[in-house]
Design a protein around this ligand. Sequence first.
Ligand code: FES
Ligand code: FES
Length: 158
Amino acid sequence: MKKISYKINGEVRHLHVEPNDVLLDVLRDKLGLKSPKCGCDRGDCGACAVFLNGKSVRSCLVLAIECDGMEIETVEGIGQNGLSALQEKFIALNSFQCGFCAPGVTISATELLRKNKNPTMDDVKEAISGNLCRCTGYTPIIDAVLQTAEEGDDHGKL
Ligand code: FES
Ligand code: FES
């Protein structure tokens, strides 16, 4: 076991991990952050996406010990001071059905909107292309991202 620390959703957390612990498991089982989901455990589905030092990663492919001292943001962090405009739009448009893919899609789409305030439909499709959704056909997800961008002001919450 090695003692490490993360700044996670704005709070410094100290924890002990084994060298082979995977970040997804540590987030869910040691830190109680259940938004990242295990859909495939091999990098294919995007359900486990989180921000690591501001860039989205698939947490099932990252060793927890590698992230010592890094900043991690999950969907719990995005929503902790009130839902973002994108999250509100996902709700308004019923963008998800079972919701299993929603956290990973939220990370990917938030990353896009943080970088690009005026994305095209192709930009949105590209941004979420690594997120598998078995329920929706993607249209209500894409619509929500585009409408959020069109409506603009996210009060700094993106
Ligand atoms: S659980 Fe990580 S990509 Fe599917
Ligand atoms: S809403 Fe069910 S997998 Fe996307």
